[in-house]
Design a protein around this ligand. Structure first.
Ligand code: FAD
Length: 327
């Protein structure tokens, strides 16, 4: 049995069925034709669910690089690929189109992110209709961040103020499989982790099928959070979100924005390599590989990789896991 040294009894209980098996072999890739797969069904299969997140590029060069990255990662048979919804709802049409194309042209199951930002319920309803027609049935329902320069999210006219309201709306518009975000270290606007968890419970009760976490760099943060979530009555699968570090300034910026912490020893090691980008990249990949393996061994249902549209780090990590641990 794959055993996690730091597993608490609570965590072991929650992962029970999965933790009791040794590494399962992932079924062979099913080729380019994709059935309409709901992520909740994949999660129920008992095999680790690996996925990659991309954002819609702004330029033709960015677009070309994205498709190259997608082609490379496709060989690793991800369970799904997700496409972000730009800040302020700026990429609405591109998000919908890219999600549709990934599914239709690459045969990879795709999930569209959708936020409450800058859109009325009717406009979100139109996006859902287009997605349903394109057979995209997996949606990550989010509130979105406040606009730049503001620290408060304003409910759009005729729109939604919290992700929980969007979750309920999406569920009422069809048989979508709906994911949502969660924050192991607490959401930046919440006054406490307790309050954030209380709000998360309301969101899950609105119909969430699974959760994806904000990035984190210490697996104990994830497992402690899962324990707290289970104790609060949240029982949907919680997929850990990992971002392989490839740039020191970038990870400092991201963590400041989202309230995640970097363990001091890791930060120190990164700073020592600051002037050698390739060594930062190597350390970032090594750290994320160990994290990902530890998460699966500890019973996490999969790993969602924040790729920032670059395939190499996530590809190397998943390749190492597939070849060494047969995941
Ligand atoms: P919510 O769940 O609505 O929570 C927001 C805040 O309100 C929290 O502090 C919560 O505690 C509080 N709250 C919730 N419900 C209530 C209530 N009923 N009463 C009082 N307070 C409440 N952003 C994008 O713009 N585009 C993306 O594509 C995108 N993708 C993401 C993917 C992942 C996996 C993650 C983790 C985040 C993503 N984000 C994205 C960022 C996200 O939009 C922000 O973190 C945003 O600030 C909160 O979104 P949410 O869906 O978690 O909001």
């Amino acid at each position: 049995m794959a055993k996690r040294a730091d597993a608490t009894p609570g965590t072991r209980a929650l992962v029970g069925r999965r933790a009791a098996r040794s590494y399962p072999l992932t079924p062979a890739p099913s080729g380019a034709s994709v059935e309409d797969v709901r992520i909740r069904d994949r999660l129920e299969s008992g095999f680790p669910v690996f996925s990659f997140e991309f954002f819609p590029p702004k330029t033709p060069e960015g677009d070309a690089k994205l498709w190259e990255a997608l082609e490379e990662l496709r060989g690793l048979s991800p369970a799904f690929v997700s496409v972000t919804w730009g800040a302020g709802g700026s990429t609405r049409a591109r998000t919908v189109d890219l999600t549709r194309r990934i599914k239709a042209e690459l045969g990879i199951e795709a999930m569209a992110h959708l936020t409450c930002t800058g859109a009325s319920a009717d406009e979100i309803g139109d996006a859902l209709t287009t997605l349903r027609e394109a057979k995209v049935q997996n949606i990550l329902a989010l509130r979105g961040d406040p606009p730049k320069g503001s620290d408060r999210f304003e409910r759009p006219k005729d729109g939604f103020g919290f992700a929980s309201e969007l979750v309920g709306y999406v569920k009422a518009r069809g048989d979508f499989c709906v994911g949502a975000a969660c924050y192991p270290e607490g959401h930046v606007e919440a006054s406490s982790k307790y309050e954030d968890l209380h709000n998360l419970k309301k969101k899950v009760d609105a119909g969430v099928d699974f959760l994806i976490t904000q990035l984190f760099f210490d697996n104990r943060v994830y497992f402690d959070f899962v324990d707290r979530a289970r104790a609060a009555g949240i029982h949907v699968p919680i997929i850990p979100g990992l971002m392989p570090i490839t740039n020191v300034d970038q990870v400092r910026r991201f963590t400041e924005m989202c309230g995640a912490s970097i363990p001091p020893a890791l930060l120190d090691a990164l700073e020592k390599r600051r002037d050698h980008p390739e060594r930062v990249h190597e350390l970032g990949v090594a750290h994320a590989t160990i994290q990902a393996l530890g998460l699966i061994q500890g019973g996490a249902p999969g790993v969602h990789f924040y790729t920032l549209n670059k395939s190499s780090a996530s590809r190397d990590i998943l390749t190492a896991m597939r070849t060494s641990a047969r995941l």
